[in-house]
Design a protein around this ligand. Structure first.
Ligand code: THU
Length: 162
């Protein structure tokens, strides 16, 4: 049975041990002004590091019909799935800002994004997630965010397809 890594590590964002992950956090923070958060005033940025070295970013995009909006994480994951369907995700950084600026405490992804992340794990394997807060950043494995995702019996793993 696949071993699920549950360890969570806490850092100050600027003290993340991996330079690559510090950079990924910065990329998630840098796209925050591109969020369209006219209704909530809460902006979220996501940056995905793919196994081929590509970085895909996404922001939340809201809509007057509120449920028609989309979260930053799913914007990035769906774009990565469309642009590089056979490339594994290595890591995802998530940053957020409210009307007062970048959040001090990390923000964790919503349930729908976790379910989509679970599908990403199913296709290409587990990956690191960095939840970037100015004062508190956490590093954990994506599988720790949703221990019991919905899974039907039809989906095949990436390595069975390619
Ligand atoms: N949001 C995200 O982009 N990601 C999440 O994981 C949770 C929430 C967005 C949706 C909405 O545009 C705003 O944050 C406030 O809920």
């Amino acid at each position: 049975m696949e071993k699920r890594e549950q360890a969570i590590e806490y850092f100050e964002c600027k003290n993340l041990p991996s330079g690559e992950y510090r950079e990924l956090c910065e990329k998630a923070q840098r796209v925050l002004p591109d969020a369209y958060s006219a209704y909530s005033g809460f902006s979220v940025g996501a940056a995905l590091l793919l196994e081929n070295g590509e970085v895909i970013t996404g922001t939340n995009q809201e809509n007057a019909a509120l449920p028609s909006g989309m979260c930053a994480e799913r914007t990035a994951l769906f774009y990565a799935g469309s642009r590089f369907p056979q490339v594994r995700v290595r890591a995802m950084a998530i940053a957020a800002a409210d009307r007062n600026g970048p959040v001090k405490e990390y923000v964790a992804p919503c349930g729908a994004c976790r379910q989509v992340m679970a599908e990403t794990i199913r296709r290409g394997g587990d990956f690191d997630v960095i939840l970037c807060g100015e004062e508190r950043t956490i590093l954990l494995r994506a599988s720790a965010l949703l221990p019991f995702p919905f899974e039907d019996s039809k989906t095949v793993r990436l390595e069975e397809v390619f």
